[in-house]
Design a protein around this ligand. Structure first.
Ligand code: MN
Length: 418
């Protein structure tokens, strides 16, 4: 990463989007069809305008790829081309302009973020949710099973996961309707039907698959990075009461499938490269197909806050993606070890990202220890779970050498059950 690189576009202090980030997304401006974008400072970069002015011509990319509703066709060009587009953006935005002055065009390709509506950036095919934080899995084991044997016997041998629901993954800002379903109130033995009373968030990160694999093909941990286009914030909303009653024996179903909220900007693995860190030691040793070399974790600071309808917000969690026990390469290797194929646009999420300390737990279930330690809000009220009218805002960023690479936010406001 070139931390001294500066853009002629003003990037405010603390912005998630310096010239070193340049994430990809899809936006819409009034009276215009959706199109591909990047971001710098407080501006959306309209890639269609740049393409029409020939900025990507020598990269041999059909301009139509930038005029799409989703990033899928762009990602399918492959990393050589998508990275070249990012590099071209650096050349355009860099203060060090040589032969031409792109700033003359700035009013055409820089759109103030306040005028741009960010859309769901990916046509998501399949979605898999893992359970890869050892601190989270241990907390859940302590809360619901045996504190002495919190982790189930398989946990340290494979990245546990389940197939989630892709159709209800929504972009930040989309209302979240409190789900209704079956639940067992208190000590009752019989289920009732009604609005979930234990609505929770799960602080997760997702990655997007940008390269397809064939049915029958396996992806090794060494090959896995070729398949990962980028990452985003992921709130895996969970109705704990519905989940608790329904999950035996096949796992999560309607308690999870009503909504998941992602951030609109996909931060590329190229931008995240400087933030690689070593993962935790895996003990006992994993089977050979899960072994990996090098730094496969990423140092990404994460935060969750609850914003009440007419009140002050409260930060309820500060965590970090680097705590993940199973890394994304191991997740992909495991997912394909049976020959299951991946398509461009598939999403995998990490599972709730909890750290060791109570302030770093990634769900209200853990933060309030199943409702026994409520969170105090600035207005004097308390939260055990999420109320109607609350907005859950997740943010994340990496920082090094004075450069901050941010993810924007995943924000979702909860509305009463219908
Ligand atoms: Mn989850």
């Amino acid at each position: 990463m070139n931390s001294t690189l500066k853009s002629w576009v003003d990037v405010p202090e603390g912005s998630d989007f310096p010239i070193q980030n340049l994430p990809f997304g899809v936006f819409q401006k009034e009276g215009q069809a959706p199109r591909l974008a990047s971001a710098i400072g407080d501006y959306v970069i309209d890639l269609v305008v740049l393409a029409e002015h020939g900025f990507f011509e020598d990269l041999k990319i059909d301009n139509a790829v930038f005029e799409q509703r989703y990033l899928n066709d762009f990602m399918a060009l492959g990393k050589t081309k998508t990275a070249a587009v990012r590099q071209r953006l650096v050349d355009i935005l860099d203060t060090d302009l040589d032969n031409w002055d792109a700033s003359e065009l700035k009013d055409f390709f820089l759109v103030p973020m306040s005028e741009a509506e960010m859309l769901l950036p990916i046509k998501i095919g399949d979605y898999t949710d893992f359970y890869s934080s050892i601190e989270h899995a241990t907390n859940i084991g302590k809360l619901f099973r045996d504190p002495e044997n919190a982790l189930l016997p398989n946990w340290r041998h494979l990245p546990v996961g389940y197939h989630g629901r892709a159709s209800s993954i929504v972009v930040s800002g989309t209302p979240v309707i409190r789900p209704k379903g079956q639940q067992i109130p208190g000590d009752s033995k019989e289920p009732v039907y009604g609005p979930s009373r234990l609505l929770d968030f799960e602080l997760e990160m997702g990655f997007i698959v940008g390269k397809s694999s064939e049915l029958g093909q396996t992806i090794s941990t060494a090959e896995a990075e070729e398949y990962i286009f980028g990452m985003m914030l992921f709130n895996d909303w969970s109705a704990r009461d519905i989940q608790k009653w329904e999950y035996v024996p096949l796992g999560p179903f309607l308690g999870k499938s009503f909504a998941s909220t992602i951030s609109p900007w996909i931060v590329t693995m190229e931008a995240l490269e400087p933030f690689r860190v070593q993962g935790p030691v895996q003990e006992p040793a994993v089977l050979p197909y899960l072994e990996y070399e090098g730094k496969k974790n990423y140092d990404i600071n994460l935060q969750v806050e609850i914003v009440p309808e007419n009140g002050q917000s409260q930060v309820v969690c500060r965590s970090n993606f680097k705590y993940m026990y199973w890394n994304m390469c191991q997740q992909l290797a495991h997912h394909t070890i049976n020959g299951c194929n991946f398509n461009v646009g598939d999403v995998c999420a990490s599972g709730t990202i909890s750290g060791k300390e109570p302030g770093s737990y990634g769900s209200m279930l853990e933060i309030t220890w199943r409702g026994t330690k409520p969170v105090d809000m600035p207005d004097g009220s308390q939260r055990k779970f999420i109320n109607d009218g609350d907005t859950v805002v997740m943010t994340g960023y990496c920082e090094k050498d004075g450069v901050r690479i941010g993810f924007g936010q995943s924000s979702g406001k909860v509305f009463p059950a219908i």
